[in-house]
Design a protein around this ligand. Structure first.
Ligand code: HT7
Ligand code: ZN
Length: 844
């Protein structure tokens, strides 16, 4: 496959002045008639006229009304064109019912829908399918289906047809069409400027009651973007559609967002608190794209982080504002470490702005999204809130309507603040997680911190230069009082010192507060200091971090030396847990222990080959010890976690339920499942029901509860995904593979539905000890299913292949087994470009 390079960017030779599309929908033979007005692009180099097009049957084509016979290849169409403006017309035929890749126009449960980002539009018609070609679209849909939707505003809806007009020039990846038997949950929003906007959430009949939360989240997002970023909505209608078969979470098509039904449908009976929070965040994310992505889009796909990093940062800030900022920060860092760090530290490492790719779908990664958001957060920390918003205002003013680049983005910050960001730009080009270490010295009332930074090599990038690292630091006095409040130190050199004067005693530093930069802090901070920080740090993140690192060390000692869990840490943590002034959600997070995959990474970093069974045993032992040690405290915590009021998925109630679930998990270690059984039977919402079921699965007392759950929810696809996933994800290492094998044969397993596939095979990949079973059975099972899925849905198959990215960490036996599976996948005839790129990168 061909590799595309950032440095080869060249603008398209023509502009599309308007695009008019007519769709005559039929499952096996949809006709798409296009009328495209082209005019030469004065700034572009001379080139052939080439339009992207894949899997299309060309019926006819003409230029200025004259029939033509273009040269057609599997990638597109080439023809001679006039030197001035011209009208290109074409008619093509496509088969949405046969489209299993879920890119372009496809069908899901009898409904037509589209997914065009990144390069799906070329499967709909011939077009310059690249983000820097923007045009206003007029769309006519002809079909007997009752609901026919496209982007922009409604022009006319009649018997068997609908016409839509999107006045905002957009790239083809933001095009969308939906047709089906849908019902709407309607709402209304008046913008700050007085525009009345019709809002709709469209779902299958029967799902209406699961729409109100999404609608409220949408309105809250619209208001937040006005209040915080000064951004208003710009059309008279905003539609959201829920689709069951969808490769990712949701898509921000202009005025017509299409959502995976799991990211929109919510009710207390069927959704957990975590589902509600996720839905709220995804609704916000897609809505925020209207400005950061749609009004200002990307010049090319290398600039993906321009819209994604910024929009993730915006949705994270939204959740932090609406809920608890410290809890959100800890959750985001947990996610970053679980998903982005392994990427940055393994064979798939790439810069936030990659410089080459074969298949762009493979670069919708945690690095582009989550590390991309961290980079924005660092920029804001460095310039301060006021200058950040000044720069953002300039960005919107200067680039509205543009297809922009990271250079454009950094230039607005330079112009708004007068700063030189040339070194900061390395965050976009240098892959890998920087390592930071500090030394302390104290003399004559002056305390000095000396930082050292280095970034290990990553594939294709041997040498790394120092980064700009904002390190938030506070100092605590010997009695635990804060003697120096948080200050952001700008570390720019490989080695650099900062001094604090006028101190009466040597302080204890609290470094990298709020996780102020996406780095690994390498210090072996003495255990006593961590215990001190756990007890006294005023920064909630670092308080949590102190406990987490103590937990990690205790577990590592348990794995490598068979040590008992660290009693001093458990006692100190017990103290924190009983601080009733701390919010329950924070205490629930404090109760969390490092995931087994996190321990594997930590051991590997220390030069120890991780043994998945030993990690599992140590984790189980720790959970057992925690329960026994805190037995006396559990009833009081359970009491505090009680929610008497009617169910609301807000921060307060969900925090309490999170604490209650964590307590129930410990209780189950003591009573073998008696309390969990009672909680399962008495549950009044999905959060409680699933928490209780999880405890029973872990305790191996799940047979009846799983049957009851199935009987209750067998007709609800989204809830059934939980049922499938849970019993694999939480199974013991000896049974996880067998359970997966049984569940892929279950009549309700459907590999063509990405949610169901991910629920089952993703759960296996996420069960660390089960997946890494020494006989390689877990590896083989996953590889079999990835090979099978690749022929139908390469995008989802390739994304899930990342389960193998850590293969070089393990012992020789496991390495050989995983390598063999990767090679077996690579050797499969007809392997997709998506999968072949992923596997070859992992094999190195
Ligand atoms: N911008 C979207 C990214 C995306 C996508 C979404 C659904 C299906 C396939 C997709 N490929 C790329 C989602 C987002 O970041 O908001
Ligand atoms: Zn996005």
């Amino acid at each position: 496959p061909r590799t595309i390079y950032l440095q080869d960017y060249a603008p398209f030779g023509w502009q599309v002045q308007s695009a008019h599309l007519t769709f005559r929908l039929a499952p096996e033979a949809t006709r798409v008639v296009s009328r495209l007005h082209f005019a030469p692009n004065p700034g572009a180099p001379a080139q052939d006229f080439f339009l992207h097009g894949e899997e299309l049957t060309l019926i006819r084509a003409s230029i200025d009304g004259e029939e033509i016979t273009p040269e057609v290849t599997p990638e597109g169409l080439r023809c001679e064109v006039p030197s001035g403006p011209f009208l290109f017309e074409a008619e093509v035929e496509i088969a949405p019912a046969k489209n299993t890749a879920l890119e372009g126009l496809y069908m899901s449960n009898g409904m037509y829908c589209t997914q065009c980002e990144a390069e799906g539009f070329r499967k709909i018609t011939y077009y310059p399918d690249r983000p820097d070609v923007m045009a206003p679209f007029e769309v006519r849909i002809e079909s007997d289906l009752p609901v026919l939707l496209s982007n922009g505003d409604k022009v006319e809806i009649g018997e068997g047809f609908a016409e839509w007009h999107d006045p905002w020039p957009k790239p083809s990846y933001l095009f969308a069409l939906v047709a089906g038997e849908l019902v709407n949950h309607a709402g209304q929003f008046t913008t700050r400027g007085g525009r009345d906007v019709e809002l709709n959430v469209w779902v299958r009949p029967g799902d209406e009651h699961k729409c109100p939360f999404a609608m409220e989240s949408l309105k809250t997002s619209m208001r937040w973007d006005e209040d915080v970023y000064g951004r208003e909505y710009d059309l008279d209608i905003f539609n959201i559609v829920a689709v069951d078969d969808f490769n990712m979470g949701a898509m921000e098509n202009k005025g017509l967002n299409i959502f995976n039904s799991s990211a929109v449908l919510a009710s207390p009976d069927t959704s957990t608190d975590a589902d509600f929070e996720r839905i709220e965040a995804i609704i916000a994310h897609e809505y925020f794209h209207n400005w950061t992505g749609n009004r200002i889009t990307c010049r090319d796909w290398f600039q993906l982080c321009l819209k994604e990093g910024l929009t993730v940062f915006r949705d994270q800030s939204f959740t932090a504002d609406l809920r608890s900022a410290p809890v959100k920060r800890i959750s985001d860092v947990l996610m970053l470490r679980a998903r982005q760090f392994p990427e940055d530290q393994g064979p798939l490492a790439h810069p936030v702005r990659p410089e080459s790719f074969q298949e762009i779908n493979n670069f919708y990664t945690a690095t582009v999204y989550e590390k991309g958001a961290e980079v924005i957060g660092m920029l804001k920390r460095l310039v301060g809130d006021e200058d950040y918003f000044k720069a953002l205002d300039l960005y919107f003013e200067r680039h509205d309507g543009d297809a922009a680049t990271i250079e454009d983005w950094l230039a607005v910050f330079e112009d708004a603040t007068g700063r030189d960001l040339s070194q900061f730009k390395r965050w976009y080009s240098q892959a890998g997680t920087p390592r930071l270490r500090y030394e302390e010295s104290f003399a004559d009332g002056t305390y000095t911190l000396t930082f050292h930074q280095h970034t290990p090599p990553t594939p294709g990038q041997e040498e790394k230069a120092p980064q700009v690292i904002p390190v938030a630091v506070g100092l605590l006095g010997p009695n635990g009082d804060e003697v120096v409040e948080t200050r952001v130190l700008e570390v720019t050199e490989a080695e650099q010192s900062f001094s604090f004067e006028g101190l009466s005693a040597q302080p204890v530093p609290s470094v990298l507060r709020g996780f102020s930069a996406p780095v690994v802090l390498e210090n072996d901070i003495p255990r006593e200091t961590r215990l001190f920080l756990l007890a006294h740090d005023t920064d909630p993140f670092n308080r949590w971090e102190a406990s987490r690192s103590l937990a990690r060390e205790s577990l590592m000692a348990s794995v490598t030396e068979g040590a008992e869990p660290d009693g001093a840490w458990l006692d100190a943590l017990g103290q924190v847990l009983s601080e009733t002034g701390l919010e329950p959600a924070f205490r629930a997070l404090m109760l969390g222990v490092p995931a087994q995959a996190e321990l594997a990474r930590a051991l590997h970093e220390k030069g120890v080959t991780p043994d998945p069974e030993a990690i599992w045993t140590a984790s189980e032992r720790l959970a057992q010890t925690m329960a026994a040690r805190w037995e006396g405290m559990l009833p009081a915590l359970a009491e505090e976690a009680k929610v008497e009021a009617d169910y609301v998925p807000d921060a307060e109630q969900s925090g309490k339920r999170a604490l209650g679930s964590a307590v129930l998990a410990l209780q189950t270690r003591l009573d073998g499942g008696a309390a969990a059984l009672a909680a399962f039977d008495g549950a009044t919402n999905m959060t409680q029901q699933l928490a209780a079921l999880s405890c029973l699965v872990r305790a191996g007392r799940d047979k009846q509860a799983l049957e009851a759950f199935h009987a209750q929810w067998k007709n609800d696809k989204l809830v059934m995904n939980k049922w499938f996933g849970l019993q694999i994800a939480l199974a013991g290492p000896d049974v996880a593979v067998e359970r997966t094998e049984a569940l892929v044969k279950h009549p309700q397993f459907d590999a063509s539905n990405p949610n169901r596939f991910r629920a089952v095979l993703g759960a296996l990949a996420g069960n660390h000890a089960g997946f890494h079973r020494a006989d390689g059975h877990g590896y083989r099972l996953l590889a079999d299913h990835l090979i099978d899925l690749d022929s139908r849905n390469p995008q989802t198959a390739a994304r899930m292949a990342v389960a193998f990215q850590t293969w070089t960490r393990y012992d020789e036996g496991r390495q050989a087994l995983m390598k063999a599976e990767l090679e077996r996948i690579a050797a499969k005839p007809g392997l997709s470009r998506d999968m072949s790129e992923m596997v070859s990168r992992m094999l190195g």
